[in-house]
Design a protein around this ligand. Structure first.
Ligand SMILES: Nc1ncnc2c1ncn2[C@@H]1O[C@H](COP(=O)(O)OP(=O)(O)OP(=O)(O)O)[C@@H](O)[C@H]1O
Ligand SMILES: [Mg+2]
Length: 250
């Protein structure tokens, strides 16, 4: 069984800036994986390389065994990405946007699935609204829907809950958790660490293009947390993150 995501020795420079420095990481099928790190750590760069949008200077990456360069189309079909930036065509409606996305992947008769995704993301009432008329959070829901239209086995969400209200966050996490239970591999990037703590089984932390921590959420909490003053020795992922990023990790 190929790994969901295999990253081997990936480096990427932007001029003098090293965005990724020899990153290697394997994410197995079925994992709910967290990719964390401060602003500028290289998370989106790594995701863009996996999606074939950015070419690495060195190294290899594959999605479900398909190389993101030499087997681009196959790799891309295996992957659904919810991008950090809001990009869309303002003149199409929500339903049209999702149907076109199906067409991009050459999928016909996908209407039932498109309607189901819209229902899960509470978009049905906006199905015939133009994209430009949607609020920021609604647009983000469409980005999530767009990533799912081709039923990819591997789903990467780059800060999907930024600017999103509590209700959508909860319905989104229910929906994503169900997809994970159904066997989809989920990779989540978020700055809401309590979200990562609740959802992710395993976590990688990036700092200045390097992986500085990689372990199960449970181990990270027990090995790197500092006891809270007010609690009963319980730690949370935010303490762990701060400890690791400041170099105080034990
Ligand atoms: N196209 C580009 N040209 C030049 N520099 C870039 C480009 N894309 C990213 N960078 C730089 O690479 C580094 C990593 O950026 P990246 O977007 O991957 O970080 P990130 O971990 O996703 O951060 P955030 O949490 O803010 O989204 C940053 O220093 C960024 O300024
Ligand atoms: Mg980013």
């Amino acid at each position: 069984m190929p790994a969901a995501i295999s990253i081997k020795g990936i480096s990427k420079n932007y001029g003098a800036l090293q965005a990724l420095d020899d990153v290697s990481l394997t994410i197995e099928q079925g994992e709910f994986f967290g990719l964390l790190g401060p602003n500028g750590a290289g998370k989106t760069t790594l995701i863009s390389i996996l999606a074939g949008l950015v070419v690495a200077d060195r190294g290899h990456a594959a999605i479900m065994g398909a190389d993101v360069q030499s087997a681009f189309r196959e790799a891309r079909r295996m992957l659904g990405v919810v991008p950090q930036e809001l990009v869309f065509d303002p003149f199409f409606t929500v339903r049209e946007t999702l149907r076109f996305q199906s067409g991009y992947f050459g999928i016909r008769n996908n209407d039932a699935w498109v309607e189901e995704i819209m229902a899960h993301l509470d978009l049905t009432s906006k199905a015939d609204s133009n994209m430009r008329s949607l609020s920021g959070g609604m647009k983000r829901r469409v980005l999530v829907a767009q990533a799912l239209v081709h039923r990819p086995p591997v789903i990467i969400l780059d800060e999907p809950t930024a600017g999103v209200d509590v209700e959508l966050r909860q319905s989104l996490w229910q929906f994503i958790s169900r997809l994970n239970q159904d066997g989809h591999t989920i990779v989540l990037t978020t700055h809401y660490l309590e979200e990562a703590e609740a959802l992710c089984q395993r976590i990688a932390m990036l700092k200045q293009g390097n992986i500085v921590a990689l372990d199960t959420t449970e181990n990270l909490l027990s090995l790197h947390g500092s006891a809270k003053k007010d609690g009963e020795g319980k730690t949370d992922l935010e303490d762990v993150f701060i400890n690791i990023m400041s170099g105080n990790a034990s």
